[in-house]
Ligand binder design. Sequence first.
Ligand SMILES: Cc1cc2nc3c(=O)[nH]c(=O)nc-3n(C[C@H](O)[C@H](O)[C@H](O)COP(=O)(O)OP(=O)(O)OC[C@H]3O[C@@H](n4cnc5c(N)ncnc54)[C@H](O)[C@@H]3O)c2cc1C
Length: 322
Amino acid sequence: MDILVIGAGVSGCSCAHKLVQAGHRVTLVEKGRGVGGRMATRRMDGARIDHGAQFFTVRDHRLQELNEQWIKEGRVSDWYDRVPERPDIPAGMRYRGKLGMTDPAKSLSQNCTLGLNFFVEKIEKTKTWKVFERSGEGRVFEADHLVITMPSVQMLELFDRSGIDLGLDVMNRLGAIRHTRCLALLGILDRPSRLVGPGAITHPTEHIDWLSDNQVKGISQKPAITLHASARFSQKYWAVPAEEWADQLLGPAEDLLGTNVSKWVSHRWGFAKPVVTFGESHHNIPELSLTLAGDGFGGERVEGAAISGIEAADSILGRVVS
Ligand SMILES: Cc1cc2nc3c(=O)[nH]c(=O)nc-3n(C[C@H](O)[C@H](O)[C@H](O)COP(=O)(O)OP(=O)(O)OC[C@H]3O[C@@H](n4cnc5c(N)ncnc54)[C@H](O)[C@@H]3O)c2cc1C
């Protein structure tokens, strides 16, 4: 069967991987330049910065199997388990990509056909599914089965542009999915920070949820930070230019780091943590040859998104979900 997966985040990639393993031909289309979605790594002035998800946990046996493979391939390593003097932070190994958080998605997608820089404008169901690109090369893909893994707000916009209505119940449940927002700052440090391993501090101040030095983390040659604002701060300043709020975060961060941020950029993550989910790990509609997945279904974290993709593939393959 020819299967097309929209969205090359971890849910789309884990779904695609499982379908390829079962012998299907899978095309992954993604609006970004690379795979990974919110597992994002970015280069800035010679530094490498994980700017979305910072680590992943491996509690489910299906993710354990994938993780063992990634470790074998040299793409993933342990990061940290317990944080010294922080009994409030739950124990449990956190893993990271060796060269950044995009590494697992690169492994999962290696046997798929990739359609990158492909913004899906419209989908159309006749005997098969057709997927149309917004602009650029005007590419059109065709497949027997379609999997959609983008965040629910974007999914509903796509259905609207395509004139697709999945019925009141499904449309209402999609409309109810909610994610928190996250304002992020990525910055170059003018000298190494005083952070020690693992190189990350969680909730050091009321407004900062996460502060890490990607050099101490082990992915960057140069000292460079990732700073995630709290959900409350992010909500409050969402529509405000970064120049007007960045100092409130950078001042305390520089005190903690013992060095200065010489250059920074901001990023707005519209979908950080799902706080209301669909109520099923994925949604398969066999009569339409259509399956929906993502962290809005599987629940928060990389792990929830990956399991959503895996269980979506199981449904397509007609297997009982374990
Ligand atoms: C700031 C931040 C920090 C986080 N920290 C952690 C963490 O430390 N640990 C953890 O476990 N989780 C963390 N998460 C959550 C985790 O990143 C997500 O739950 C997970 O990566 C979601 O994967 P996904 O495949 O469901 O969605 P995504 O990764 O969003 O993938 C969906 C893909 O669809 C693509 N897309 C959207 N619209 C279109 C279109 N029209 N055409 C083509 N492609 C399209 C997008 O570009 C994207 O690549 C964090 C998230 C954020 C934002």
